[in-house]
Design a protein. Sequence first.
Length: 360
Amino acid sequence: MDLVTLQNQLDNSAFFVLLVTMLLYWVGAAFPALPYLSALSTAGMAIANLSMAALLGARWLEAGYFPLSNLYESLFFLAWGITTVHLIAENMSRSRLVGVATAPVAMGITAFAALKLPSEMQVSEPLVPALKSNWLMMHVSVMMLSYSALMVGAVLAIAFLVVTRGQNIELKGSSVGTGGYRSKDDSVNSPRYRLLRNGEETTPQLQPTSANVSATALLEQGNNSGGTAVLDMVTTAGPSVQSLSSTPILSPQRLSLAETLDNISYRIIGLGFPLLTIGIIAGAVWANEAWGSYWSWDPKETWALITWLVFAAYLHARITRGWQGRRPAILAATGFIVVWICYLGVNLLGKGLHSYGWFF
């Protein structure tokens, strides 16, 4: 079997395995009691990761250079990076629901690369002179890994917005938070959430009377499960059953999942941002070596800077300003779009120094 035939089999098998894996994750989310689905879905993601690694290795052997010179290779390297970061995130969170969000992204990328790209764009070609440098591996691989991590972190933030149903959820202690309220007895935690009324924080005050005992039990259930939230529809002081029943309180399980997604999204973006910084610096050094200028405001360079600024603002808001929950999730979701524009959009919409090996 020659390397070209092997590559064709590997890219199609990677797509098929990811398609099956995505379905396993979705079925497992819908029916969590089904046995073995969790292990099968994780195994499927690992098999797809190894298939794409083998594909890139075969391309490397065939062409004699690091396989990041055209769109086909770049897409499979991106998908490989996403599956790698997914396995890291899944291990960190101990939640297989991470794959519900990440598997469709990896599957969609491999489907586009294997099934939609013209055959002439899938073959290895000699490198253009500007790419014949050791910086190809250093700059491009680090940038692609940063895109992978930022995409995974951003898609988990989008999943957080879906799980919380658009409510103004503010988690306490999920990453850099200061923790929840504490009672006078320091050994006893009071519920880790905040009630917002007209933008002002109000410490929840519920007395165990017959009028509100059910609401108290519900809030205590959320505290015992570790869930945290901001409930933003309190209308009067001293809430009654009627006022609380009109507030769409999320279930403790959904709150716990939201806290996990928020935490893992923050940590994965915290991994991708330094990689993006290193990649941009390496690219500037390579640009000076190849073109005689560290920065030329090429469309790709400009959007790389915009991407850096968006995720720098996200991390600044979380670390310095203490933002958690919905607001940083919206910022990260915006970053998902910006990363795609930086990675692929500028090559589709306009020409520049980075257009070779792509569509123009």
